[in-house]
Design a protein around this ligand. Structure first.
Ligand code: G3P
Ligand code: CA
Length: 262
């Protein structure tokens, strides 16, 4: 069993740092991801968007306004323009930071001293549509991680609220694990995940509290559950009891500590 496999079969949920250790450091920056890795996170989560010159960058919002000292729509800005902005000083830690590209984050993830998984979320609707998925797959190919021997051994997972997006990823990279995210149980309890071939479902913690049966239903069809965003002790306990495989949190150090006791 490889170390990657071992991480997700310990019997407790594996910890995914949502946007990095994003409570302690500015989300989606190298600082937030390096901190999460140093804290022992098993996986990292990032949102990706495409710049006007077709580069993939790690950022959640459609605009740079909330998380930088600039203004503007990411898809209308070039990577060079984004590089001029400070994506760190808005955060309580007060230190400047540059935007990260998907390539830079993959390098950071794959070079880490133990195997860590990167959960890459596509944002929809986006100006560039399926071009984003195509670019993600090309980048994963470049890094040699687009065709893992099995989902359990993959270093990358593509996650999305878009069932069409998940379906396109599965069609073009059948070995790559995918998670269909959903904000309501309606999406996740039906056959949507099966129809698009997702290897897992991704309910929010609010949905899971109301519909804990989702985990068993997914397992019955061979699917794992990835739950977001889990920052409270009671929710960590719930995820552990239900057999959630991956738990995304803004506070990986705290959640790892809690998991010792559950
Ligand atoms: O990990 C999934 C979760 O990140 C989805 O919501 O808005 O934080 O991207 P959002
Ligand atoms: Ca996300």
């Amino acid at each position: 069993m490889s170390a990657v496999d071992h991480v997700s079969r310990s019997g407790k949920p594996a910890v995914v740092a949502h946007r990095g250790a994003s409570l302690e450091a500015p989300e989606h920056t190298a600082r937030a991801y390096e901190l999460a890795l140093a804290q022992g996170a098993d996986g990292l989560e990032c949102d990706v968007r495409m710049t006007s010159d077709h580069q993939l960058v790690c950022i959640h919002d459609r605009t740079v306004d909330r998380t930088s000292d600039g203004t503007g729509i990411v898809s209308e800005m070039s990577l060079a323009q984004l590089r001029e902005l400070d994506f760190g000083s808005w955060h309580a830690d007060g230190k400047p930071a540059q935007i990260l590209t998907l390539r830079e984050l993959l390098t950071l993830t794959l070079d880490w001293r133990r195997p860590v998984r990167l959960f890459i979320e596509t944002k929809h609707p986006v100006r560039y549509g399926s071009l984003v998925e195509q670019a993600i797959l090309e980048t994963l190919q470049e890094f040699g991680v687009a065709t893992p021997p099995s989902a359990d051994h993959s270093r990358a997972v593509v996650i999305s609220f878009s069932s069409a997006g998940v379906w396109r990823i599965r069609r073009n990279a059948p070995m790559l694990p995918t998670i269909l995210l959903g904000e309501t149980s309606r999406v996740l309890r039906g056959s949507a995940a099966t129809a698009v071939g997702a290897t897992g479902i991704g309910p929010s913690i609010e949905t899971l509290r109301l519909h804990p049966e989702l985990v068993d239903r997914a397992a019955a069809s061979g699917r794992v559950t990835y739950c977001w965003t889990v920052d409270e002790l009671a929710d960590v306990q719930l995820c552990a009891e239900l057999g959630v495989r991956w738990l995304a949190t803004n506070t990986p150090a705290q959640v790892r500590e809690w998991l010792v006791g559950v």
